[in-house]
Every structure is written in structure tokens, then in C-alpha cells.
Design a protein around this ligand. Sequence first.
Ligand code: SF4
Ligand code: SF4
Length: 379
Amino acid sequence: MGEAISNYAKRILPSTDLDRLLEALQQKGYTLVGPTVRENAIVLEEIEGAEDLPVGWTETQEAGSYKLSRNGSEEYFDFASGPHSFKKYLFPPRLKLWQAKRHRAGFKVEQENDQAPSYAFIGVRSCDLCAIEIQDKVFMGDSYVDPVYKERREKAFILAVNCTKPGNLCFCSSMDTGPKAKSGYDLAVTEQLKESEHVFLIQAGSEKGHELLEALELADADEGAVEFENKQLEDAATSMGRFLDTHKLPSVLKNNFEHPRWEQIADRCLSCANCTLVCPTCFCHTVEDTTDLTGDVAERWRQWDSCFTGDFTYFAGGSARASTKSRYRQWLTHKLSTWTDQFGTFGCVGCGRCIAWCPVGIDLTEEAAAIRATDLVSD
Ligand code: SF4
Ligand code: SF4
């Protein structure tokens, strides 16, 4: 995705000054949202400061498995993607759109006034930055703009973290979505822990970020720190746990609509929808109307939905995708093929979440490779 655009100077933020940066954001009225440990996972929650970050914690991920563990490291960002992505703050899982109350003259509709806080997203990896860029196209890129998403997005401040230790399920290098944050951030940091020092190399990517950084009065980064950062990112790019060959992948999938592999996946797939809920780019949702017991108040809610549910494509006469085979095929083909026709990029940023959180360990990189290896039609 987008090439680097930042020409701002790189500076050095001592790790002991991380709170100074977070406090400066709070003083500007931002609510901090960042990684923290809860219920045996590193999740995204509102945080108060650096003490809430998962220092000394990491995780191990395999297909169908996520294990949190202590590693005793002093690093703040020594882990890969967890079950949450920032989409839950920009595109809330459940949102009241309006309510109607009975009055003497009939029902009166009251619009919900969603006053979302201004969020400062702390620790956004490059894959998730690209996912936000993808959701921007979905919710704001056409004539139909989602006002809830737009307001939250425009108010948000993004502090990205360049990824120096990709996980076992990561493949952002394959998708050209990481490990270095290229654009779309206000500030980006690279954590550097050496024997004698623990610092963040920090660079602004926007005027907003630049202003904040200037106020902190940090020293310029020296050549050694920048060279070390290059080495960290080169090493990260070559140590991804997964690989996806994207060459002609959209046409390979389109041409193999009747491939027997779809049946084999369907034998394993539970149609549970986990993969779509953890995915930072999936945007399907439904609208539900409810009434209270008195019949005096009605509400309309928007909530996340999934192409894996039976109701998702239900219309008069039944479901358009009644079988698990047709649902998985739709999901994978959309992510890695037809999404490119619709939005000009893949719908996958290589975060690996759907692999870890699939209860039966279905791995889309493995499935795409299997279909390519026994391609029925393509050149
Ligand atoms: S499809 Fe899977 S690997 Fe790709 S962005 Fe979604 S959750 Fe991440
Ligand atoms: S692929 Fe896995 S996570 Fe997705 S619906 Fe099937 S069983 Fe659930």
C-alpha cells in the first residue's frame, strides 16, 4: 500500500518519557486506547498511561491457538496482533441509530447523538493502519458516507508502532502492508532496546504529530539509531511466520469456483463467524429494530454481522448461501479476489487474526496455496 510520505526529522524519545507523550495527548483532549492485558490476551482498551501497556508480556500464536505468556522483557510492544483491532472504536460492534417514543400525536423519532470521544490510538501496527485505510474506502470513499465512522475517524490521532518482531501467523510482507508504517499515522515509533538504552525512534507523519513532537523538545536521532531501525525492519520483513503468494491470486480464485478444496474446507469450517469478527477489514453489519414491553419505545440498532451466518443472505425464498462451502468460498474469494475489483486492494492485510481465532485452525494462506497448487483452470 501507500509509499512513505513523511519528511519530518526522526527524534529520540527515551522510554522513560513515553508517559510525557501520552500525557501530552491527554492534555489535548484525547482518550487513549491501546494494548493491555485482560482475560489472558493482549486486547485494546482505554488506558490511562504507559503503566497499562503490556510490558513483560508476549504471546505465541498458532492456527487455532493464542497463548499469553510473560517474557520479562522491558519492551512495551513485544507482541503481534491480538484478538481486537481498532475497528471496534471506529465502527462499533453495536450502535443505537435512533429511537422513537410514543407521544399523544403518535411516535416521535429521536436521532442518537453519538458523541464519540477523540481517540488517540496507541500502538497501531502497519497492517492495522492499512486496514483502517481499507475501511476508510468502505465507509467514506464513495457517495454514501457513514457519519458515525467519519466523525470518529476524523477526530482520531494515530500513534503507530513499526513492527520489529512479527508473529508466527503474520504475513504483512506478502500483502505489502508492513512491517514498516508507511503513511496514515500522526506519529510512528520504533522501539529499540539495547544493553545500555531503551528508546523509541519517533517520527511525525502529519502536522498534528509534528506539533506534538516539537512541544516535547526531543533530541534528533543519530545515524546509528536510524541504521539500527533499518536493520530491525529488514529482519522483521524476512521473519514472517506465514507467506501468501499474491501473484494472479484474484484470477486463480475466480477461476476455481468449483474446486474440490472448497468442500474439504467446509468439512472443517463451523460457520462460527470468528474469522470475520476478528478481521480488521470486515465491515458487514445488520440493522435490528426492537420495542420495549409497553410498546411505547422502539429502537433501531446497527450491529456487526458476518457472511458466515445463515441469516446474512436470507431473503424471500431462503438463504442465497445456504451451505458452509458457499460461505467460506464467498469470504475467501471476496478477501483475496473480488475485493480488488471493488476497492482496488486486497481485503486482507496479513495480520493473521483469522488463523489464530478460528476454533478449528483453518489458515487462509494454506487454503489459497492449496487451490493454487491444484489450479483447475488458470495459466
Ligand atoms: S483475512 Fe485474516 S489475515 Fe487477512 S486481514 Fe482479515 S483477519 Fe487478518
Ligand atoms: S473459517 Fe474458522 S473462524 Fe471462520 S467461520 Fe469457519 S470455523 Fe469459524
